[in-house]
Design a protein around this ligand. Structure first.
Ligand SMILES: Nc1ncnc2c1ncn2[C@@H]1O[C@H](COP(=O)(O)OP(=O)(O)O)[C@@H](O)[C@H]1O
Ligand SMILES: [Mg+2]
Length: 151
């Protein structure tokens, strides 16, 4: 028997997706739960573009039932899910990448079910396999968000 194919939850490189509502944003995040164990994913996008919403959708799909918030002040947050821990990092306030390495970023991300790194451009070169997703507001009073896969 052929192994069942793991669906690729990410859009092709450079492709832009329109996510018209918060529910779509959550659903997109839920789809990321198909990423393989140990995956690292970078998220960039200004305040309010739905980074936390997407992460909430992902965590719910992995079976985490608690509260999910922005880890801006904590820098990193570990969420226990039935499939393992999800690491959520917000590097916005990190001045020196060393701060996160000293918090065991390498080991934590290696052991996590999945890691989401917001504002992690200092770490793009350290995780060369990790996809980068950019979130943007839609212009001209339209609701929804735009998501582009940069890597
Ligand atoms: N695709 C979307 N369409 C409309 N509203 C959205 C969408 N995604 C998220 N939102 C809303 O935008 C607000 C900010 O989302 P949040 O996830 O906190 O953004 P961030 O973490 O990037 O600051 C929330 O009220 C959320 O419900
Ligand atoms: Mg947030």
């Amino acid at each position: 028997m052929l192994p069942s194919r793991v669906p690729d939850p990410l859009p092709p490189l450079g492709q832009t997706l329109y996510l018209p509502s918060e529910a779509h944003q959550r659903d997109f995040g839920a789809g990321l739960s198909a990423l393989s164990r140990g995956s690292v994913l970078f998220l960039e996008g200004e305040l309010g573009t739905g980074k936390t919403t997407l992460t909430q959708g992902l965590l719910a799909a992995l079976g985490f039932e608690g509260l999910v918030s922005s880890p801006t002040y904590a820098l990193m947050q570990l969420y226990p899910t039935p499939q393992g821990q999800v690491l959520h990092v917000d590097a916005y306030r990190v001045r020196h990448p060393q701060e996160l390495w000293e918090m065991d970023l390498e080991m934590l991300s290696a052991e996590a079910r999945l890691s989401i790194l917001e504002w992690g451009e200092h770490f793009y070169a350290d995780f060369p396999e990790a996809p980068i997703l950019r979130l943007e507001h839609v212009r001209q009073g339209q609701t929804g968000r735009i998501l582009t896969r940069l890597r």
